[in-house]
Design a protein. Structure first.
Length: 86
């Protein structure tokens, strides 16, 4: 991991915590991940087979969980989620 990836991940986690630990609903998370898998920037072997974006360097199984994250090439965006977590 590069220092920029660590900073980006730290910011994503901080945003997640500040906004109440809300997560993306399962169906949307899987849709996001499937869009990533179809992208030429998807590295299926990255992060021990969990998938990595070659543009932002993120672990896509993790990034797709955070509702406030978005794809660097706008294939999917932020989502509003209710008050419940999990």
């Amino acid at each position: 991991m590069t220092i920029n990836q660590i900073k980006s991940f730290s910011n994503a986690v901080a945003t997640w915590v500040v906004n109440g630990l809300k997560v993306t609903p399962d169906d949307i998370r899987e849709h996001r991940y499937n869009l990533c898998k179809a992208c030429p920037e998807f590295d299926k072997d990255g992060f021990m087979g969990h998938g990595k974006c070659n543009l932002c360097g993120c672990n896509l199984r993790v990034k797709t969980v955070f509702p406030y994250e978005k794809c660097p090439v706008d294939k999917w965006g932020k989502v509003e989620v209710g008050n419940a977590t999990g």
